[in-house]
Write a new protein. Structure first.
Length: 557
């Protein structure tokens, strides 16, 4: 007997026999539902036989037969009603378990998110791709698909999505492009470090989405529910369907605040802050200005995260502010990093260590934040040092800057586009999907082994645009991505260690050493970050002006 759990109260399985009833009872089940009509198979026991054995074993039994491939809306409603009436936990079965899983999926459409339903069924080994539209439609069969068709559809209007759209329109002005994104506001997220350091105002980092969508690009203001790459379709919330000839996927990354127990309840209060949120970055600076003594903790979760330098940038700018005010000697700075190194590219570490020493910061590696009690000013970390047992420790704090755990968005993780870890599965050079030839991805959501930074998306967008246009012309990819990413590490107000690197940690400096030596703190790099990068972003990258980002043409042999 092979049962697959969908929830604590329901499992599904393939055909069971009367002889299985005792084992089912011993496994803790209190009822069974048969979703297989009698007579489908020659070796199939009748429901009457199964029911008698179930009653003898002390189980309740219900018969809700469904013809294979013909689960109706009424069937899903009847399954939900039956499930409610029976004592749980319940085991539902059919020939393979698929009909039972489908019935549950449709019955839960108005109670659970599509991502939760697909995650549960996928974990149990069942593919619900065939009923995604019905789940999105509240479990009911759609009567009007309302199809819209575009040559290129882009999912996500963040840095990568708008830049890709602008780069495409620069190459083919008449191209029919649509961007799907529900957000009203677009953020320049690299600026939030500067907001948390008292250099920028938060308002400098935001603009209305409508003002940034490139001219001639259709903006579909909606959330994506699911993908049907076999049908060249994107399913929106409300079950509207958008068809495409080519798809670019770049919805960014999910900040999973709730994965740290107690964090959501205390963010923005009790000295707990984060530069990873627009509304919290000003609170970071408020805390830094107000702290005169005590312990300040800066956390970094397990990789991957976007802008892996951001947690320590907050530490350096805070330490610099306390140094300038003359209170640093009264403040215990701790950098609690779930990883084992300060920075992944060793060439930049010596310069960073100089500042760690300047601010007298304690580097606590393999320390992963798992819980926080804001009012009590206490945090708990799982310490997993190599070769030692896992240990949970408690640390008190006066201020704590948190970098949240991060993952691919739910609707990506459960989609056919995702790899086993939940990221969009692309070729790391061409950024084309490994399975679906008319799908590309860029930015934080794809699985190429590069740093997840805005600087990476700035380089990736023209490469994707170049390769999409080449594909339209019947050619092979003509541009390749080398893994470029950049992390301007704000080590003090007025100086930056400009880390620029590609795949495998290869150094990829944009400037001669005489102008900016990225391995050393530089005022020129600070000027670049403070004065030049914002207009390059707003007026260059998002407008299709590929300043310092023109893709190199590669001749494919």
């Amino acid at each position: 007997m092979d049962t697959k759990s969908l929830t604590a109260g329901l499992s599904v399985s393939k055909q069971v026999t009367p002889e299985d009833m005792k084992a089912i009872k011993d496994a803790g089940f209190r009822a069974i539902i048969c979703n297989r009509p009698d007579g489908e198979g020659a070796d199939q026991p009748t429901f009457e036989e199964v029911s008698k054995a179930a009653t003898k074993a002390g189980l309740e039994a219900a018969y809700l037969p469904i013809v294979s491939g013909k689960v109706t809306d009424e069937d899903a409603g009847a399954f939900d009603k039956t499930l409610t009436e029976l004592p749980g936990p319940v085991l539902a079965y059919c020939r393979t378990g698929t009909r039972s899983a489908t019935l549950w999926s449709l019955s839960q459409a108005e109670q659970r998110s599509l991502a939760d339903i697909l995650a549960a069924t996928k974990a149990a080994g069942y593919d619900m791709a065939g009923v995604v539209r019905r789940i999105v439609n509240g479990g009911k069969t759609p009567t009007d698909t309302g199809d819209a068709n575009y040559e290129v559809v882009i999912v996500g209007a963040g840095a990568g999505g708008i830049a890709a759209a602008a780069s495409l329109k620069a190459r083919k002005p008449g191209l029919e492009v649509a961007i799907i994104d529900p957000a009203d506001i677009h953020y320049y997220q690299p600026g939030w470090t500067m907001v948390g350091g008292g250099i920028f105002e938060a308002e400098q980092t935001s603009r209305t989405m409508g003002s940034l969508i490139p001219k001639g690009v259709h903006w579909i203001k909606s959330a994506v529910a699911a993908f049907e790459p076999e049908n060249n379709a994107v399913i929106l919330d409300g079950c509207r369907v958008v068809k495409y000839k080519r798809l670019i996927v770049c919805p960014g990354i999910k900040l999973d605040w709730s994965r740290v127990e107690g964090l959501v309840d205390t963010l923005g209060n009790n000295g707990v802050t984060s530069n990873y949120r627009y509304d919290l970055a000003p609170y970071t600076w408020k805390l830094v200005e107000g702290l005169k003594g005590g312990r300040a903790i800066f956390t970094q979760p397990p990789m991957p995260i976007k802008c892996a330098g951001a947690p320590q940038k907050a530490m350096y700018l805070s330490g610099d502010a306390w140094f300038r005010r003359g209170v640093l000697k009264n403040i215990d700075i701790q950098f609690n990093n779930a990883g084992g190194v300060l920075f992944g590219v060793k060439d930049y570490v010596p310069a960073l260590m100089d500042y760690v020493k300047k601010y007298d910061a304690s580097l606590n590696f393999f320390h992963n934040l798992v819980a926080v009690d804001g009012p009590a000013k206490k945090a708990w970390f799982d310490v997993a040092k190599p070769g030692t047992p896992l240990e949970r420790i408690e640390i008190e704090f006066d201020m704590m800057h948190v970098c949240p755990p991060q993952t691919a968005p739910d609707f990506i993780r459960v989609s056919p586009l995702a790899d086993a870890a939940g990221w969009v599965d692309v070729d790391q050079a061409t950024l084309r999907h490994k399975t679906y030839d008319n799908v590309w991805s860029l930015g934080d959501v794809m699985n190429a082994p590069n740093a997840k930074t805005m600087a990476a998306a700035r380089i990736q967008a023209p490469i994707v645009a170049e390769n999409v246009v080449a594909d339209m012309r019947g050619g092979s990819p003509v541009a390749q991505y080398n893994g470029y990413g950049s992390c301007p590490l704000t080590v003090e107000r007025g100086k930056i260690v400009l880390a620029e690197f590609g795949y495998g940690g290869a150094m990829l400096p944009s400037f001669p050493k005489a102008i900016i030596d990225g391995t050393k703190p530089s005022r020129a790099a600070w000027f670049l970050k403070e004065k030049m990068l914002p207009p390059i972003y707003w007026q260059g990258m998002l407008k299709g002006r590929e300043w310092m980002a023109k893709p190199e043409k590669v001749v494919v042999q």
